[in-house]
Design a binder for this molecule. Sequence first.
Ligand code: ADP
Length: 197
Amino acid sequence: MIQPKNKVVIFLGPPGAGKGTQAERLAREQGLTKISTGDILRDHIARGTELGRMVQPMLDAGQLVPDAILIALIRDRLAGMEPVRVIFDGFPRTTAQAEALDMLLEELGAPVSAVPLLDVPDETLIERIVDRGRQAAARGEAARSDDTEEVARKRQQVYREQTQPLIDHYGARGHLRPVDGVGSMDEVYRRIMATMP
Ligand code: ADP
């Protein structure tokens, strides 16, 4: 049965496109739960859990964590949620993850509402990520260990190879909403809002 209150938004876009920040605001203003798989994995690493110890080298190398791990994490997160009101940030990242999510959402009677795709040129992306690393350091905070130019380039490559095919997956289903991701945070947010159902 489909619950009218359900809402499922999936943010797509390359690393450094600003998905996390925009998803955070959209979640707050629309009463949705943001599910960021990068944050969940980093939290495991910070707490030194068994999972965290296992995935740390993968994050540090800019590689993807195996699909089965991510799918189990998401299944747990969604279990018992009613209504299902979520924004995914950083998931799905592979076709296998997208197909698993489709099945999970069907079981829950919560179809995809929209898939904003944040478009940002490659060179801007690397600059933003390296800046983010530097700014954290300047504030005396620990930068994300994968926010270096070398790992950022690797993450872009992984995005092109493994995640870009999802543009076709959601495009074919009529869910994709391309958004120009260059501009101020507010401008980009307004463009995203304009695509929401
Ligand atoms: P960004 O999009 O800025 O690169 P994220 O915080 O979304 O950063 O992800 C950081 C890292 O966490 C990825 O490079 C990858 O190693 C891991 N990761 C996050 N989400 C997934 C996912 N859905 N599948 C596989 N690995 C993931």
